[in-house]
Each structure stands twice: as C-alpha cells, then as structure tokens.
Design a protein around this ligand. Structure first.
Ligand code: GLO
Ligand code: MG
Length: 344
C-alpha cells in the first residue's frame, strides 16, 4: 500500500499522434478514462480547461460553469477528485506567440480570459489549484521580446489571477524549451523567484516534472527538494526522459532507476503529501502501443513508484548516516545500488 495519493490527466491516455504522423489508437471518451483511472488506483484527475469544458471559447461564463458541474458529477460517480485545472494556452490561434507574454495585447487579454475561466472551472470541480505550463511563453525569435518585460508580464498575469479569487493557488510547471525555443521561466529556481515577486507568494508554487528538469540539464530530485525547501512544491509530474532531446514523457523510472529512486526518497523524506498533495504522473504511451494496452504505461509507472517506495522504506538510514559521517561515499553509493538491484 502506498502512503501517497496519485493523479493523472486525460491527455495521458492519447491516440499516439505526433508531429510526424497520425493517430495509431482510437480516441477514448472522458468517462471511460475516469472509470479506468479509478480502477487503476488513481484518486484524482488533472484537467486542462478544455478537457473539462470542450469548446469553452464559444460559451458564456454561466454555460462554462454549468458544464463543469456535470464533469464534477462524473468525477463523484467514480469517487475521483479534481487535482488542478490548467489553461491550455498553446492550442488556440490567439496564443500562437504565447499568452501572458504575447506581443499582441488582444492575445494577452484572451490569455487572461482563459485563466479566469480556468479558475471558475476549478472552483466548480472543487479544487483550488491552477497549473500554468508556460508552453509558448518565451521566444521563437530571440529578438522578438524583451525578457525583462516578458518576466514582468508573467508576474502581472499571476497577480491578476490571485486578485480574481482570494483562495486560488497558482502553480507554475517550468520547462526550458519545447515547443518554445527559449523559455522565460525554465526551471524551479525561476519559479521560486517569480513566486517571491507576486502579491501573495505563499499562493504561488511549482509543479516539478522529471522530464522538464532533465531537459534543463538538472536533477529532478534536487529540483523537488529545492521547491520543498520553500514549502512551494504544490504538485509533481513524474515521468522519465532519455537525456536532452524532445520531451518524451516516458513511464516513471524506465530510463534512470536511481534518479527515480531519489525522487521518491526526497518526497518521502520531506513529507510530501501531508498537505494533500498528489503524486501526479505525466506519462505517454509509445506510438506503437495498441488500443488494448492504452493504460499500460500508467500501470507500469504506478508499479515502479510503489516498488521504489518500498525500497525507500527499507533504506537503512543508520547505516547510511555512519557511511556519510565517515565520508565513505563509495560504500554509500554501492549500498544504494544494491538496494535498488534487490541484492540487500
Ligand atoms: C508538456 C507538459 C504538459 C503539461 C500539461 C498540464 O510538456 O508536461 O503535459 O503538464 O499540459 O498543463
Ligand atoms: Mg507536465
């Protein structure tokens, strides 16, 4: 049994389409996904605004809320909670150049409209958490934006959301690049600095995704620990990634088991989850996966996480501390490797 509660987004069960080829699996409707998530042991669902309310651009504020209430009823049916809502500010003609940092004022206003609607949807779904994955907030052409201006735009946008609702919490999911060339807020360090500059820093935190840290050349466990030192790790997107290349969203731990072990270890040691935080997965199935195996990568990620949780529970801290005091790091490393390999 895990001490953690897990969450996942509907986009984590997808058709397999990528930038170079069409879908390889059929679409699955939201309710079928909810039923399967519950069966697999997830407690909560992560949402984009338009996962919860498709076509919201053409709906009134009241219509949007009414639709969100229907989704809440569906969640209740499967005993699932909503973890967060993320405005999908990267799919729309209005956000070709980003949202909050777009060079067009009209587009920046659209981004705020979607952010306020995301807050409305979150409240109807029963969550106080908004995730901002800043997909296109940066530059494709380096000279197109002043980075100081762009950073202040982000801070202003977050302040407006904090003012719109005095309970809502904002959680930035940093990523250094892709689809943008150069991101303005690429790591957890950037997120903590932006948080400190807002009107209510305790309501602004981070969502650490393992793959995004790796893409930035950083260690996911250290990034998790860094955000936790400020009490600002509001959620995580665990997955894995083969070095610095396109964002892969591989199943948790399949690429680097030691790094995965250390992510679980840092979460356990710092009591992640005590304030209701979920262990979120952001994993994708391979393109070659069949319809019948559409959920296999979720099952595998949970299995790896739970197995590593057991390893952490068995970690001999007395022994490790003795080795640390004697600066016997070669032995400490081998103890850790033996534990992971199942040899101790
Ligand atoms: C992509 C991101 C993406 C976000 C999701 C929630 O690189 O990881 O999956 O996590 O859209 O905002
Ligand atoms: Mg993510």
């Amino acid at each position: 049994m895990s001490q953690f509660k897990f969450s996942v987004g509907p986009w984590n069960v997808h058709t397999g389409a990528d930038s170079y080829g069409p879908a390889t699996r059929s679409e699955i409707d939201l309710e079928t996904k909810f039923a399967k998530f519950a069966e697999l042991g997830f407690s909560a669902v992560q949402f984009h605004d338009d996962d919860a309310v498709p076509g919201l651009n053409n709906m009134t504020e009241e219509e949007i809320k009414a639709h969100a209430r229907q989704v809440k009823a569906l969640l209740d049916k499967y005993n699932l909670k909503a973890e967060f809502v993320a405005p999908r500010l990267w799919m729309d003609p209005h956000t070709q150049d980003g949202g909050y940092m777009s060079t067009s004022q009209e587009d920046r206003e659209f981004a705020m409209w979607r952010s306020y609607r995301s807050i409305d949807i979150a409240k109807e779904l029963g969550t106080d958490l908004i995730v901002l994955w800043l997909a296109r907030e940066g530059t494709l052409c380096a000279e197109s934006k002043n980075p100081t201006w762009a950073t202040r735009q982000l801070i202003d946008a977050i302040n407006k959301m904090l003012e719109y609702d005095d309970q809502i919490r904002i959680c930035i999911e940093p990523k250094p690049n892709e689809p943008i060339d150069r991101s303005i807020c690429g790591t957890m360090g950037h997120v903590m600095a932006v948080s400190a500059a807002t009107i209510d820093p305790k309501r602004v935190g981070g969502n650490l995704e393992s793959a995004h840290a790796i893409l930035a050349g950083l260690d996911p466990a250290n990034e998790i620990g860094f955000a936790m030192a400020f009490g600002k790790l509001f959620t995580v997107h665990l997955n894995d990634q083969n070095s610095i290349r396109y964002d892969q969203d591989k199943s948790f731990g399949v690429e680097n088991l030691r790094a995965a072990f250390n992510q679980v270890k840092v979460l356990v040691e710092n009591h992640y989850g005590d304030k209701g935080e979920y262990v979120g997965l952001d994993v994708k199935a391979m393109r070659t996966t069949s319809d019948a195996d559409s959920y296999e990568h979720l099952k595998n990620s949970l299995e790896v996480f739970r197995a590593l949780e057991e390893k952490v529970a068995r970690y001999d801290y007395d022994y490790a501390n003795k080795l640390i005091a004697a600066r016997k790091f070669e032995q400490l490393e081998m103890y850790t490797m033996n534990l992971i390999m199942g040899l101790v």
